[in-house]
Design a protein around this ligand. Structure first.
Ligand code: KMH
Ligand code: ZN
Length: 273
């Protein structure tokens, strides 16, 4: 099997210090968490940025500061800014990090309820606009699918030329309003992909490690991190993103999957350097 790409979603937009003190807000905290994840084996850092008080932002300047600071400590890591941002942000606000010199970013492929009264809006026209900008700037999109309809959207936009292959999917499962992360959900999504696609799996909350194992044994890739799950085991808070990545590395070793370096990851995903 191909080597395993580990992505660390170190920060997110929703988790706060009330949930866990380990969640990074400041640039120094973001660098600390990125470095711990990278040293543990993460090849990709999925990046959101926050103001020092924790408020989510898509500010290009804030992203630039964070990216430059991470690159000082982890020079070859792949940084994947979010274009999802936080619920309620506009398309143009969310697109800001694509103006930077980046290799990858996320592309969210459909609308869904997002817990409580929140709706994460990604209309078909929004997705076309994101795809056009991302493709136009030569950035590799990670296609975030929160349920099967989002995969169907990708396949339709791929046929129409809005999204170029090879397609790299991320199944984000277990959001309160999206598809859950049981084995049947995973198999249904994985078996819906066209040949030649790659996929990574991000399980929210208790789904994080079971889905990691499913992906490890079936040839997929894995995303973990405090954005998605704050527990290292039931009832025990993770000390850091590094601790979550270390657990995936241990699981991968048990099942005989080697871990991809950033340069191996670029080759697997077809990212030009
Ligand atoms: N924060 C969520 C509303 C992404 O990074 O592309 C969206 C999100 C997806 O996290
Ligand atoms: Zn995200």
């Amino acid at each position: 099997m191909e080597k395993l790409i580990i992505t660390a979603a170190i920060c997110g937009a929703e988790v706060t210090k009330e949930h866990t003190q380990a969640i990074p807000y400041t640039i120094d905290e973001i660098v600390r968490e990125a470095k711990l994840a990278y040293n543990a084996g993460a090849a990709i850092i999925h990046l959101h940025v926050r103001e020092d008080d924790g408020t989510p932002t898509q500010s290009k300047e804030r992203f630039l500061k964070a990216i430059e600071a991470i690159k000082m400590e982890c020079p070859d890591v792949i940084i994947q800014p979010s274009t999802g941002g936080a619920v309620g942000m506009t398309v143009s606000e969310r697109l800001q990090p694509t103006e930077l010199d980046i290799e990858m970013c996320t592309l969210d492929c459909g609308t869904l309820n997002f817990g409580g009264s929140e709706i994460f809006v990604n209309t078909e026209d929004d997705i076309k606009e994101f795809a056009k900008v991302i493709q136009g700037r030569g950035i590799k999109p990670e296609l975030e699918c929160f349920e099967k309809g989002h995969i169907d959207m990708v396949l339709r936009l791929h046929r129409k030329g809005f999204i170029k292959g090879p397609l790299h999917f991320s199944f984000v499962l277990g959001v309160n309003g999206g598809q859950s992360g049981e084995l049947r959900d995973f198999l249904f999504l994985k078996e819906s992909l066209p040949a030649g696609s790659t996929y990574s799996v991000a399980g929210i909350g208790r789904y994080e490690f079971p889905l990691a194992v499913m992906s490890i044994i079936s040839g997929g890739h894995v995303r973990v991190g405090l954005e998605d799950n704050i527990y290292i085991e039931k009832g025990v808070l993770a000390k850091s993103n590094g601790e979550l990545v270390e657990k995936v590395v241990r699981l991968a070793k048990e099942f005989g999957r080697d871990i991809a370096t950033p340069s191996e990851t670029r080759k697997i995903l077809g990212i030009e350097v």
